[in-house]
Design a protein. Structure first.
Lengths: 364, 288, 372
């Protein structure tokens, strides 16, 4: 199993669109990496360049230290699973899965054994004689997966494979995909726009936006130390709260509406160095709690909407700085209309500068 | 999905460019060859005989529209104008009827579930299978018995029924393309089926209506067989009228070309006019 | 504003008898979520209420009036379709105004009134800047707002939302959920919201109807469904985290009822012992939540199992463990362990908060035998 290296890779389309800009990325041997980002961020272009379906405008692509930048797609020994399955509708499931082997002239007896093996692994043995249109979405995606794994390629590429499926199917199938990855120990590059899916399935997440990598790391890395506002907003469910904040008049605290959060001396010094006005204060709903303390360090608000989840409820409050979501225990939760006070766990808060880059992780 | 190679060397780029130029030149030559008769006809109709037969050919000249005037009012006795009017009347009426009736039939076949839906749809298409010449005698008899021989009404009836099958079949396909949710939304919004047909379905099949109208018009305008049998005289259409002139006459070339030009111009203009409605995917992306 | 009631409806779906004597009552002004896996009939039920399809028998009542014979137009409902179904040949303003231009409303709405209504609804849904745009120039989120606006503009008695936020990306989905809830607080129209996402239903519904294969599993307030699931299906479907359901048999040991999984005994706390007295059969389903399951080394817990899958959910590691004796449980660990699929682990159960269900009917043992 190889490792993949992108070296200063750029992709520019004929119209002038720069889809991928100065991409430097290493995928380790046997790793499961997720390219995560909104549509148009460049993740698809990156994957397609890796597959050989798109040409690389400049830069180099290495597979196991071998330069494959100009190698045609057929020679790259990679398997790709597409969002819309791309199954051959006129062939039975058996033939769809067998296709890659047939194309390589593998003897028929061997094809039969391997197809049956794969079908068993993916629980689709009972569908082998059917045509794809008789299968459900989840089953079709398993067939697509089967077609990809039968060749035991060096690398698996998956382009939003679960995009068209219902929520509970997505949850089921992503576990299957992860199991497959662990069983085959295959290096996998996976694309999704769903951060929950990325967190569930991958070893490392590469967050992309506007053609560039914003940050890469494990989910905990991204949650604890988001490099910029974009990453903070994109990762985490429920989404992070972002409030406008300024340095207080005496420079000793952070001012968010009528609330003051004290800063430690090194933090004060750090903020004084930042050019420009106004910061963005980010705090996740799970790091806000209800409090009875009515001080200047807590945020006043009125309960607007309650969204129960089970043991916890998302409480959305109207505050002087706007809507704030807090994840609170469902027992004894205040009702809409009630006045409340919220306390932010300073050590878990983030501060982003006027340029939206991360300035502080942890306040107070 | 490959884009133009940007990192090729300059030599390769030159080769590619030469290849492109050769292809373009070849394409232009072919198109020029195909359009030449048309060019010839139009220019001859506005040249004097002298200019028309000059060699080397005269490229720049002042157009002379006398031929058109003669053609319209004098040519062959009466002038072609009368027969142009016949053609126009018959074509417009039969196309309009075919599109309107066809749209209603197509909508019914596309949207309503009833016994024999598919069979009726196929039957309508099947009326195009038999060669028209087989129907000459019955149609002639019907025209004579009803006293409609040599009247535009007979032609309109025949052409409408000929175009109707094609119109219905084409428009049915277009109606089936409209996502049903859009019409259901209109039902919930407070509209009746007929109102939905007029205000939602028809606007959304505009390309289909344009295509059907163009095809019907071409068919009706150029039709010769039935016209020659049941409208041989006063109600004759252009094709019938033109067929009466063989090369035995003294050919006034400019006039003859003028008649030809006027025979094809209306249809060309009609198609050009409707062309902008032949856009793809009016409903594309409306339903995700 | 009107309450909605369907009573004893029968409906076939293709060859399948989907609804058999199905009844549901949605009180006036409430936000009701219909939730369930695909095929449960939630969309069909919504279409029956709208009038786009009819039941074979049974009554559909809106505001106390029987509306079975009325076409959709006469029922004054607003419907926001899952795929938006906007009119592609009209602008945003045209789409919003379209319901008001229907001939049946000609008397009520003149041009001035139509204009005013369009402006009002557009402002309410924050699309007033988009009024002149064409539908295919809008993003998914914007199209969804137009669909909502079109459903609301004629002040319907009932608002029907078919998976309104399913096709939006995650961040927009959260935003729109809150917006729709706040909108409902303002306008108060009786709303029925169809979704397959239980998290969405829990977050948004005043009342939730869980449906499966044409049957109503439970109908109640969100936390009621979570804390007192009426059936094993509801227990395993609703809530984050949902319960894990295990098949066990009732047995006695020292004249006390206990649960038996394969050969392992699980002692029952007293409140559950009382429930088992009314059990009809000895096959019992146990619903248990992740906080009550501890992962240990193999052979150090009550049962052994192998890890089927592992994923990070927020900051916790979620393991789905296949139990050797049969069944699967979901565990959540605050401190992740080294695990891949196939790792063997031990599981320790605490039944203090568990729920028991009859294995045949799926119904909770909390309900008396007459209710099951």
């Amino acid at each position: 199993m190889p490792h993949v290296e992108f070296l200063n890779v750029n992709k520019m389309y004929p119209g002038g669109t720069r889809a991928v800009i100065d991409l430097n990325l290493t995928v380790e041997d046997g790793e499961f990496v997720c390219l995560l980002g909104p549509s148009g961020c460049g993740k698809s272009s990156t994957l397609r360049m890796l597959a050989g379906l798109e040409s690389i405008t400049s830069g180099d692509l290495l597979l196991d230290d071998r330069r494959i930048t100009d190698a045609p797609a057929q020679s790259r020994d990679m398997a790709m699973v597409f969002e819309n399955y791309a199954l051959y509708p006129h062939l039975r499931v058996f033939d769809n899965i067998a296709m890659p082997l047939v194309a390589r002239g593998v003897p028929r007896a061997e094809i039969r054994t391997r197809v049956h093996q794969v079908a068993q692994t993916l629980h689709i043995s009972q569908h082998l004689n059917k045509r794809p249109q008789l299968l459900s979405g989840g089953e079709r995606q398993r067939v697509a997966l089967g077609r990809a794994i039968i060749r035991t390629p060096q690398l698996f590429l998956m382009d939003e494979p679960l995009g068209h499926l219902e929520a509970y199917l997505r949850v089921q199938l992503r576990a299957e995909i992860r199991r497959l990855h662990e069983r085959l120990q295959a290096t996998t590059v996976y694309i999704t726009h769903d951060q929950e899916e990325a967190a569930a399935v991958s070893d490392r997440i590469v967050v992309m936006n506007a053609g560039r990598i914003q940050q890469l790391g494990t989910l905990i890395d991204l949650l604890d130390r988001p490099a910029n506002r974009f990453v903070a907003e994109f990762i985490g469910s429920p989404p992070i709260n972002l409030l406008y904040a300024v340095l207080s008049n005496n420079g000793n605290a952070l001012q968010i509406g009528p609330t003051l959060l004290p800063l430690s001396p090194p933090q004060r010094a750090r903020l004084k160095k930042v050019r420009g006005d106004g910061f963005t204060f980010g705090i996740r709903p799970e790091d806000i709690s209800l409090t009875q303390v009515r001080e200047i360090t807590t945020i006043p608000g009125r309960v607007a909407v309650l969204e129960p989840q089970g043991d916890k409820t998302v409480l959305i409050a109207d505050t002087p700085s706007g809507h704030l979501s807090a994840l609170v225990p469902s027992k004894d939760v205040p009702q809409p209309g009630e006045s409340i006070r919220l306390r932010c766990e300073g050590s878990r808060a983030h501060l982003f500068g006027p340029d939206n880059e991360g300035v502080l992780h942890g306040i107070g | 999905m490959t884009d133009v190679a940007i990192t090729t060397k300059s030599q390769t780029r030159a080769v590619v460019r030469l290849r492109n130029w050769t292809v373009y030149f070849g394409a232009c030559a072919f198109v020029g060859f195909a359009l030449f008769p048309l060019y010839m006809m139009i220019t001859t109709s506005v040249k004097t005989d002298q200019q028309a037969f000059a060699w080397p050919p005269v490229w720049v000249f002042t157009p002379n529209f006398n031929a058109y005037y003669n053609a319209l009012f004098v040519f062959g006795g009466r002038g072609v104008g009368h027969y142009l009017m016949n053609s126009l009347l018959v074509t417009v009426a039969s196309s309009a009827l075919a599109v309107f009736l066809g749209a209603m039939a197509a909508y019914g076949l596309a949207r309503f579930r009833f016994l024999g839906n598919r069979d009726i749809a196929f039957f309508i298409l099947s009326t195009r299978f038999a060669p028209p010449i087989g129907f000459i005698v019955p149609i002639y008899l019907m025209a004579t018995r009803s006293g409609l021989l040599d009247s535009p009404i007979a032609l309109i009836i025949v052409y409408t029924s000929m175009n109707l099958s094609l119109a219905t079949w084409l428009l049915r396909g277009f109606f089936l393309e409209i996502p049903i949710e859009i019409e259901e939304a209109a039902l919930v919004d407070g509209y009746t089926r007929w109102q939905i047909f007029l205000r939602v379905a028809l606007p959304l099949v505009r390309p289909g209506l344009a295509a059907t109208a163009i095809l019907s018009a071409i068919l009706s305008w150029n039709e010769f067989l039935f016209a020659s049998i049941i409208a041989p005289g006063n109600a004759a259409t252009i094709p019938v009228f033109l067929s009466g002139f063989s090369a035995s006459m003294n050919i006034d070339w400019a006039e003859y070309m003028a008649v030809g030009t006027m025979a094809i111009l209306p249809i060309m203009l009609f198609t050009l006019l409707l062309q902008r409605h032949l856009v793809r995917g009016l409903t594309f992306g409306a339903v995700r | 504003m009107a309450d909605i009631r369907v009573e004893k409806i029968h409906k076939k779906f293709g060859q399948l008898q989907l609804f058999e004597n199905f009844s549901l009552a949605c009180p006036d002004h409430m936000y009701v979520c219909l939730v369930g896996p695909s095929g449960c009939g939630k969309t069909t039920l919504m279409r029956i209420i709208a009038g786009l399809t009819s039941p074979e028998s049974g009554d559909v009542m809106i505001g106390g009036r029987r509306v079975n014979e009325l076409p959709p137009a006469a029922r004054h409902v607003g419907l926001a379709f899952q795929n938006y179904a906007l009119y592609p040949h009209l602008s945003v303003a045209g789409n919003l105004a379209f319901p008001l231009r229907a001939p049946i409303r000609r008397v009520q709405y003149n041009e001035a009134k139509i204009s005013a209504s369009v402006k009002r609804v557009a402002t309410l849904l924050k699309i007033d800047a988009l009024l002149d745009r064409h539908v295919n120039q809008l993003s998914g989120g914007q199209q969804q707002r137009v669909a909502l606006g079109r459903a609301l503009i004629h002040d319907p008695n009932v608002l029907l939302l078919d998976e309104p936020v399913t096709h939006l990306d995650a961040r927009l989905r959260h935003e729109m959920r809150t917006e729709i809830k706040l909108l409902h607080k303002r306008i108060g129209t009786t709303t029925i919201h169809v979704t397959h996402d239980q998290q969405e239903a829990l977050a948004m519904g005043d009342l939730i109807a869980v449906m499966r294969e044409g049957r109503l599993e439970q109908f109640g307030k969100p936390l009621e469904l979570y804390e007192e699931p009426a059936t094993a299906f509801v227990a395993g479907f609703i809530g984050d985290p949902p319960m894990s359901i295990l098949r066990t048999s009732l047995a006695t040991e020292d004249s006390q009822p206990i649960l038996l999984i394969d050969k392992t005994t699980l002692p029952l706390p007293s409140r559950l012992r009382r429930q088992t007295q009314t059990a009809k059969s000895d096959q019992v389903l146990v619903g248990i939540r992740p906080p009550d399951i501890t992962v240990t080394d193999p052979n150090e817990g009550d049962l052994n199992g192998t890890v089927y899958s592992h994923e990070m959910v927020a900051r916790e590691q979620q393991l789905i463990v296949s139990i050797e004796a049969g069944g699967e449980v979901r565990c959540r660990l605050k401190r992740p362990i080294e695990a891949t699929s196939g790792t063997r682990v031990g599981l320790k159960f605490s039944l203090a908060n568990a729920k028991l269900f009859d294995a045949d009917s799926g119904k909770s043992l909390l309900l008396g035998p007459s209710e099951r």
